[in-house]
Design a protein around this ligand. Structure first.
Ligand SMILES: *[C@@H]1O[C@H](CO)[C@@H](O)[C@H](O)[C@H]1NC(C)=O
Length: 186
């Protein structure tokens, strides 16, 4: 008589504990389990280096003539950009953004971003999300779409808010701050 009641209580208690649970395994991300979904918020920095002997962003294709397209319409870059916890490049490495971006707008700066953000830190190790969006790079804050993911980001949908932290106008080297919100079911 008593044992089933205790068991029921225990199950209810554990279920309540799981809901609304916040996980702060790493300093740059927070996971909140609301019961029906998990909302992960992240803040990290993206280092896009075009200059020097070991650039993380290289031009892989471009139009034969760019004379008529001041924004470099048609230029395509392949990147393997480190993601760090803080804006300093020497701060903790937490992953890499790998993929491509290309100048897809004729009369303004509009980059089509096709990127995998793969993580190597803490519980997010081997989890990734995919971003597929136009980046209106001249805007102060750029909102971009997250369309899916792997590992802890399975069935992800979400968005990233990107804001340039630092840019060298002559080389194009940049450090970009990312605030990401993702919801998943696991
Ligand atoms: C990103 O989040 C930080 C901390 O909450 C905030 O100070 C900053 O304004 C946010 N940036 C953007 C572009 O949303």
């Amino acid at each position: 008589m008593v044992a089933p009641m205790v068991t029921t209580f225990l199950i209810l208690f554990l279920a309540t504990q799981a809901r609304g649970q916040t996980t702060n395994d790493v300093s740059w991300a927070k996971r909140v389990d609301t019961g029906s979904q998990v909302v992960t918020t992240m803040q990290f920095y993206f280092h896009d280096t075009l200059s020097g002997s070991n650039p993380s962003a290289i031009k892989v294709a471009g139009p034969q003539s760019s004379a008529s397209s001041p924004g470099g319409f048609g230029q395509l870059m392949m990147i393997d950009d480190p993601l760090t916890e803080g804006p300093d490049k020497k701060s903790k490495l937490i992953g890499h953004a790998r993929g491509m971006y290309g100048q897809a707008a004729q009369n303004e700066l509009g980059l089509i971003m096709v990127l995998n953000y793969g993580f190597t830190d803490g519980m997010y190790k081997d989890s990734s999300f995919s971003l597929l969006s136009l980046n209106p790079a001249m805007q102060n804050v750029r909102e971009m779409t997250i369309v899916g993911g792997t590992g802890l980001f399975r069935l992800a949908r979400g968005y990233a808010l990107a804001q340039t932290y630092w840019i060298d106008a002559s080389t194009g080297d940049a450090i970009v701050g990312y605030n990401v919100t993702i919801s998943t079911y696991i």
